[in-house]
Structures are given as C-alpha cells and as structure tokens.
Design a protein around this ligand. Structure first.
Ligand SMILES: Cc1cc2nc3c(=O)[nH]c(=O)nc-3n(C[C@H](O)[C@H](O)[C@H](O)COP(=O)(O)O)c2cc1C
Length: 227
C-alpha cells in the first residue's frame, strides 16, 4: 500500500561533498552540500544562489570537491548552519545560520595545496577532485520556489584519493568495500553501514522551512490516502 504525501524536501540520500572555493579577498571558503550527481568526468552541483560558494564558483570558475567519509561527521556538523557570506538570506536568518569567515579554523580541517586550481584540497577527505566550472543553469526561477539555485556543471580536472581506498592491483580504481562515503538522508547522516550517525546539526531545521512557497498552500490538500 502506498500513501500520497507532500514532502517539504526530497533528500532521499546522497553523498556529502565539501566544496572549497576562493573568496574575493584571496582567502578560501568551504561548504558542505549534497545535491550532486556525477556523469562521466563531470559533476552537476545544485547550489543556492546566495551562498558564498556559488558566488565564488561563478566568479573564479574553480573549486575542489572533497568527499568526507563517515569519520568526518563532526567536521560536517561544525560546518552545518554556517555561511561565508556576510549578507544572509531570510531563510538562513530564520533557520539559525551564522557567518563564519574562516571555516578551516572553525573546523580544524587542514588545507593542502591543489595541483591545477587555486582553492585548496581538504587533507582529511579521502577523495579530493579539482574541478572547473563549465556552465551554470538557473533552477527554480519562475517555478514558484522560495529560494533560487543554480545547477553548476563542473569538470573534474584532477583526482586525488587516499591510498587506503584504492583497489589493490589497479592504479585508477576505488575499492567500494573500503570507501564509506558520508550520506545525508533527510538531513540525517549515514554511512553504508546500518544505523544513523550522531545527531545532525542540519536536522535542527524543520523540514517545512524548505517547502517551496507554491507548495505551502497545497499541504492542506493532502489527506491520508492510499494508491
Ligand atoms: C549535509 C549538508 C548538505 C547540504 N546540501 C546542500 C545542497 O545540496 N545545496 C545547497 O545549496 N546547500 C546545501 N547545504 C547548505 C549549505 O551548506 C549552506 O547554504 C551554507 O551556508 C553554504 O556555505 P557558504 O555560504 O559559505 O557557501 C547543505 C548543508 C549540509 C550540512
């Protein structure tokens, strides 16, 4: 039996990516995100327009996609509800975000120089992909959503991986038995092991805060039913 529901969010479970970018003043920012999918050697990033990461990526056309594994959940929790943008959107103000200028100092994570792009890699992440912006598409504009976003197509130009997750005997392959990405599902954190990881700071935000404006009126239409 299926029920018709009206979810405020559709976060079904995707790996967390910590994106490093360069600020206007030459310092570096980092931010967690998870609306990312991979095709060939490209990644499509779904990012809020007002985020510092988005502004930096559109301006410099460079970033590093750092993939945290389960052991980095504390650092991701420290980054949750922070922004490197001084001017915050009404959504961020109402959901308790705060401005953090130096997120490397804030998290204690270590910057490692990149080979091709200016933003640094995050040393603690087992996977670090240097990338360049190819195109940016508006998402949500005119669709009645309460927040605007971009779908940013980035091309991976160099990939660094921790020795311990490589498939033995194959220089260019990952051993999926050894790679344990940090997964965000409905604001909570998981790995590929059973069970939820520790409390998620992001999950302090009420799911309803994300509901597109056009959908708010529709919630009352949804009654328990089956299909
Ligand atoms: C686990 C996690 C996943 C997130 N996923 C996204 C996402 O896919 N897209 C997005 O725009 N923001 C996402 N966020 C929120 C951003 O991290 C947030 O907008 C942050 O303020 C961006 O930082 P910046 O303004 O310094 O770039 C996520 C946050 C967390 C903790």
């Amino acid at each position: 039996m299926h029920n018709v529901i009206s979810p405020a969010i559709f976060y079904w479970g995707t790996p967390v990516v910590i994106i490093t970018t360069e600020n206007e003043d030459g310092t570096f920012n980092m931010a967690p995100m998870s609306s990312a999918w991979w095709l060939s050697n490209h990644c499509m990033l779904g990012l809020a327009q007002a985020s510092q990461t988005t502004k930096n990526l559109l301006r410099t056309k460079q970033c590093v996609l750092n993939l945290p594994s389960g052991h980095m959940v504390d650092a991701v929790n420290k980054l949750a509800k922070t922004t490197g943008a001084i001017n915050m959107s009404p959504f961020k103000i109402s959901t308790g975000y705060r401005y953090v200028k130096d997120k490397f100092a804030h998290t204690g994570l270590t910057a490692a120089p990149s080979d091709v792009v200016r933003p640094p890699r995050i040393a603690e992440c087992f996977v670090q992909m240097e990338a360049e912006l190819v195109t940016a598409h508006d998402v949500g504009q005119g669709a009645g959503t309460s927040r605007f976003a971009y779908a940013l197509d980035v091309k991976i130009v160099r990939t660094h991986v921790e020795e311990g997750i490589r498939l033995s005997g194959h220089h260019n392959r990952i051993d999926p038995d050894k790679w344990r990405p940090l997964i965000m599902s409905f604001q909570e954190f998981y790995t590929l092991e059973p069970g939820k990881l520790e409390q998620s700071v992001l999950a302090e935000i009420d799911e309803e805060a994300y509901r597109p404006l056009i959908g708010r009126a529709a919630t009352s239409e949804v009654n328990p039913s089956s299909s």
